[in-house]
Design a protein around this ligand. Structure first.
Ligand code: G6P
Ligand code: ZN
Length: 544
């Protein structure tokens, strides 16, 4: 079969953000747009030639079209074998699992994560390296540089390949293996958690739960694992059928977007456990009866109890959290006598630490939790971890978390998001804070005294690479913190995120309502950044 050499010209703005290249579907549908980016991957990741590549996505609108393009281009660029999920489906953690299990040279993940899908919504593409994790900045920078000079791409002139039947097909000189997207991942979960104990919990007659797949990719994974392998009641997985537009919803597992699930856990007859995952299956939200576990607390609780699960029975080596994530995990690390790293936002920053064996668990306030079992955050993994703990501890979610606070103190935590803010106004606000930084240390703001104020910079302890301007941190003597950052994942305007944290050692004060307890800090944060004057917003759009 003839390789086609197609002339093209660069597009502006193909720079991958926090998690790959994310744009509106309409942008990706421009002739050559996707092709340019994919060719830039092959031109820079030259060891893909002659190797195996994993390809799959979260099933959103344009997934199937994009996969056909990538398969042809992979074959034309000399990739010898492509592992693709049936129907073009793979959750993000499942891609990572498959890259590692079959020792492939990388993978291409198609997703815009928790962003809505559909013809007028978002699409995304990212490259994962041979360790199964998102490519480091050196790689994404090289890909971006290549998109700026690209002048041709390679493809084959072939009809679309059938992705709906398992088996091996020929595509040019390459072999395409259409795999069951669930099996390898489900086996990995079974190797980490006590499925017998969870099975018993499900059949105890006094445990009720729902998992909300939000019409996104985790539906088939959750049905196989929770209902088929663990014997949960049929229907335990709600919104289980993946849809190209996620049923018109916003597949982001948080209090604002998973309302239906949240409601089911509320009141006297609320469910004992509720959990949800996002568009591509890497995020998680954990709920108990009338109880929301913040992602920061979740990381700390999992770390403190990891030894109670088979996969982590020998203990954990270290923990990492993204900078805006609360310091609750640091307290656990101190107690366990292990290292705790503070990294910039973005899962890719955990990769080196995981590869080097410096950490076992890691997490982010943005509903991401994971471990060294793969190199992506992993939604269902977190859910199973919690179920394993509930089963062995025979306690409710609320009991486990309040016990944790009693032991370690409570890091009250909230995030306030101002969405769709004018980009210039948002950048102006950040610049204003940067100018203030040198004058803040020692200053009193409200009833708090600033102990440090900086623009977070990170030097990777493994490869020495540095990342600057990762968010404004203001730490107070009380242990409280305010962090300001602009989102790196949006596709329109700017989103200002304000992360607030305050430490309360006294158990008598642990039951306060979060927003009430944090009101003084919230006011300090708004005033210092001149949020209303600069953005025109007096209240955030989303509070988590
Ligand atoms: C993606 C990444 C996460 C990161 C998050 C931050 O979900 O996978 O690692 O924490 O984006 O998003 P933001 O919108 O705050 O840049
Ligand atoms: Zn995601």
């Amino acid at each position: 079969m003839e390789t086609q050499n197609i002339a093209t010209t660069p597009f502006d703005g193909q720079k991958p953000g926090t998690s790959g290249l994310r744009k509106k579907v309409k942008v990706f549908q421009q002739p050559h747009y996707l092709e340019n980016f994919v060719q830039a991957i092959f031109d820079t990741q030259t060891d893909l030639e002659g190797g195996t590549l994993v390809v799959g996505g979260d099933g959103r609108y344009f997934n199937r079209d994009a996969i056909q393009v990538i398969l042809r281009m992979a074959a034309a660029n000399g990739v010898s074998k492509i592992l693709v999920g049936r129907g073009g489906i793979f959750s993000t953690p499942a891609v990572s699992c498959v890259i590692r299990k079959y020792k492939t040279r990388g993978g291409i993940v198609l997703s815009a994560s928790h962003n809505p899908g559909g013809p007028d919504e978002d699409f995304g593409i990212k490259f994962n390296a041979a360790n199964g994790g998102p490519a480091p900045e050196s790689v994404t920078d090289a890909i971006y540089e290549r998109t700026r000079t690209i002048d041709r791409y390679l493809t084959l002139d072939t009809p679309a390949i059938d992705l709906d039947a398992l088996g091996t097909l020929k595509l040019g000189d390459a072999e395409v293996d259409v795999l069951d997207p669930v099996a390898d991942y489900a086996d990995l979960m079974e190797s980490l958690f006590d499925f017998n104990a969870i099975h018993q919990l499900f059949n105890s007659g006094h445990f009720s739960m729902r998992f909300d797949a939000m019409h996104a990719v985790t539906g088939p994974y959750a049905v196989e694992i929770l209902e088929n392998r663990l014997g949960a009641m049929p229907g335990t997985v709600m919104n289980a059928e993946p849809k190209e537009d996620f049923g018109g919803g916003h597949p982001d597992p948080n209090l604002a977007h998973a309302k239906e699930l949240v409601a089911l856990t509320r009141g006297q007859d609320g469910l004992d456990f509720g959990a949800a995952s996002d568009g591509d299956g890497d995020r998680n939200m954990i709920l108990g009866k009338n109880f929301f576990v913040t992602p920061s607390d979740s990381l700390a609780v999992l770390a403190a109890n990891a030894h109670q699960t088979p996969g982590y029975a020998t203990g954990i080596r270290g923990i990492a959290r993204s900078m805006p994530t609360s310091q609750a995990a640091n307290r656990v690390a101190d107690f366990l006598g292990v290292e705790c790293f503070e990294t910039p936002t973005g899962w890719k920053f955990f990769g080196n630490l995981l590869d080097a064996g410096r950490i076992t668990l890691c997490g982010e306030e943005s509903f991401g939790t994971g471990s060294d079992h793969v190199r992506e955050k992993d939604g269902l993994w977190a859910v199973l971890f919690w179920l394993n703990l509930l089963a062995v501890r025979q306690q409710s979610v609320a009991e486990i978390v309040t016990d944790h606070w009693r032991r370690f103190g409570r890091n009250f935590y909230t995030r306030h998001d101002y969405e769709g803010v004018d980009l210039e106004a948002a950048e102006g606000l950040m610049d204003h804070l940067r100018i203030l930084l040198p004058s803040l240390t020692g200053k009193k703001l409200g009833d708090q005294t600033v102990s440090y104020a900086d623009d977070f910079a990170y030097t990777d302890p493994i490869d020495g690479s540095t990342s600057e301007r990762q968010g404004i941190r203001i730490g107070f003597e009380s242990g409280a913190r305010i962090v300001y950052r602009l989102s790196g994942t949006g596709t329109a305007g700017a989103t200002l995120r304000v992360y607030l944290e305050y430490f309360e050692p006294d158990p008598a004060r642990h039951q306060q309502e979060t927003q009430t307890a944090m009101q003084p800090l919230i006011l300090i944060a708004r005033e210092l950044a001149q949020i209303e004057a600069r953005t025109g917003r007096c209240e955030p759009d989303v509070i988590t």
